[in-house]
Design a protein around this ligand. Structure first.
Ligand code: B12
Length: 491
């Protein structure tokens, strides 16, 4: 059979997001997208060799609906569910069978069946080969449910060779699945479970070696680890980090805040090439944290945790949720104050979003607080529920006020100066174009960018230029901050 594997466009209904690859592409004269969905090469690796595969990622190219295929598989997350259903409907109108899989159809199987011939609930590993032979004999079932969670040690390595990898900024590797916590707003405990499954260190090393093959010419290979919590199995994590040390990597990951309490772990991470850890701080209110059931986060630990991690030269990427039940209009200024005080460089600030399948969604639905189910707005940048202590409009207005404050060019520059004064980048493991030639190139590009830009951005660039020749400069950090500013001031 000829099978098309499809990634729907991420943000077709939303002009701008925090992950605005267009900003980077415009600056760097490329057409790259930030990353692929790991589900696609995973499905490639599970497909028996007699089938032919065609991959379409709408984030990098349009889907060719005339391309002849016998079966279509679409990977669906809530943010792009609406677009996924449009694509599915189009293929079905052409008489082509469609299978939907991923977290959204797994949580909303009935809804997904309205747009497809078959839905896979849960992981593909146990069911994909069987589904393909059923499709070949015309016996496709409506629902395939993966009864057991797959043993990661038995799974084949993702088939990344099938991807147009040069069209993405970053590679994605997953070493574990699951998270020991069960936060109210998170889908992971419901989907991947609280039991931690891991690959072997050798499996991960094989994947990394493969990825490093095309790192030639770059100083370091850049990787994002897609684990829900990379330190969930501490023994495995430490063995992994020791094994990664020789590879000259620059990687980032997600981990729970208690990573800061394990100095040995932090040292091994740093030595293995960790540049940044994304930590879900979520809220600075103890009451909210208790309601979220995020017991691992203790508000009184936050400042010390940030200091300890950054002392190792690992940047703390932070994530916060606004709109939880104890948030008031005053909470936004308190959060802005906390971010300024701790100099968190690039916090991602999310509007609370009840994703289907979470405990939060059930509670909100029971309380009659879900405003609508237009999934394209479930992107953490819109208000889709009724907050407790303010109106939806007040939540949105305060959110936009907050991100404008956090991402004003004055604030960005103040924080950058702080990191330069601390000489943070010298301690950090991030890729750094130190050579004069690269600084000059970056400066020239920045200046040219000034002319297509707004006055505030032009002033920011002007004031930044002298720094480019005096300090270590991280191009990607500055670009990310400029992209965040662009997003904040477009809302
Ligand atoms: C890595 C990651 C990211 C990365 C990279 C994104 C990327 N390119 O993948 C970053 C950090 C950028 C990110 C950002 C966000 N993320 Co994220 N992210 C993840 C994470 C941790 C891992 C995803 C992954 O790679 N999994 C590994 C692959 C192999 O698993 P999989 O996709 O589930 O695929 C398996 C099955 O689902 C199934 N399957 C999947 N597709 C298909 C298709 C077919 C046809 C079949 C048969 C089977 C099948 O089989 C696969 C193999 O077992 C997940 C949590 C999780 N555990 O899934 C959250 C998650 C996907 N993210 C989530 C969210 C909310 C976000 C953000 C909105 C957060 C924010 N506030 O900004 C943004 C959105 C960014 C954007 N615009 O896309 C939610 C999505 C919830 C939902 N219902 O859709 C998740 C589930 C986390 C959570 N806590 O709930 N994320």
């Amino acid at each position: 059979m000829k099978i098309a594997l499809i990634t729907p466009k991420n943000d077709i209904y939303n002009e701008k997001t925090f992950y605005d690859y267009r900003f980077y592409s415009q600056f760097l004269f490329t057409k790259k997208y930030f990353s692929y969905l790991l589900a696609i090469p995973t499905l490639v690796s599970l497909t028996p060799p007699e089938h032919e595969i065609k991959i379409f990622d709408e984030n990098i190219e349009d889907i060719d609906f005339d391309f002849p295929v016998d079966l279509v598989g679409i990977s669906v997350r809530t943010i792009f569910a609406k677009r996924a259903y449009e694509i599915a409907d189009k293929y079905r109108s052409l008489g082509i069978k469609v299978v939907l899989g991923g977290i959204h159809p797994s949580m909303c199987a009935e809804e997904a069946l309205g747009h497809s011939d078959s839905v896979v609930v849960g992981e593909a590993e146990a069911v994909w080969a069987g589904l393909l032979s059923d499709a070949q004999t015309g016996n496709l079932k409506r629902v395939y449910k993966s009864g057991v969670k797959s043993d990661l040690k038995q799974n084949p390595a993702p088939g990344r060779r099938a991807l147009a990898r040069d069209r993405y900024f970053s590679d994605i590797v997953q070493t574990t699945k699951g998270c020991p916590f069960h936060c109210e707003f998170c889908s992971v405990y419901a989907y991947d479970g609280t039991t931690i499954r891991n690959k072997t260190v050798e499996q991960v090393v094989v994947e990394i070696k493969e990825l490093c093959k095309d790192a030639a010419g770059f100083k370091k290979k850049s990787i994002f680890f897609a684990d829900d919590n990379i330190i969930a199995n501490r023994k495995f994590a430490k063995e992994l980090f020791i094994a990664l040390k020789p590879f000259n990597l620059n990687w980032s990951c997600q981990a729970s805040i208690n990573v800061s309490k394990d100095p040995d772990m932090l040292r091994l991470m740093r030595e293995a090439g960790c540049g940044a850890i994304l930590i879900g701080f979520e809220s600075i209110s103890d009451k909210n944290l208790a309601q979220m059931e995020k017991g691992v986060n203790q508000r009184h630990d936050y400042i010390e945790a940030i200091k300890t991690i950054q002392a190792q030269g690992i940047l703390v990427h932070s994530s916060f949720i606004v709109g939880y039940d104890f948030d008031t209009k005053e909470s936004f200024d308190e959060l802005a104050g906390f971010i300024a005080q701790t100099n968190l460089l690039m916090p991602v600030i999310n509007i609370l979003t009840p994703f289907p399948g979470t405990k939060l969604f059930s509670r909100m639905e029971k309380e009659g607080r879900i405003l609508h189910k237009d999934w394209s707005k479930y992107n953490t940048k819109n208000v889709v529920f009724r907050p407790k202590l303010m109106t939806p409009e007040e939540l949105y207005e305060n959110y936009t006020r907050l991100i404008k404050k956090v991402y004003s060019f004055d604030e960005i520059r103040r924080k950058l100066e702080h990191y330069w004064e601390e000489d943070f980048w010298r301690r950090s493991n991030e890729i750094d174009p130190i050579k004069f030639k690269y600084r000059l190139l970056f400066a020239v590009r920045l200046v040219s960018f000034m002319f297509s830009a707004n006055a505030a951005r032009a002033a920011f660039i002007m004031r930044l230029l002298p720094r480019l020749f005096r300090s270590r400069v991280r191009v990607s950090t500055i670009l990310t901050l400029m992209a965040y500013n662009d997003y904040a001031y477009s809302t």
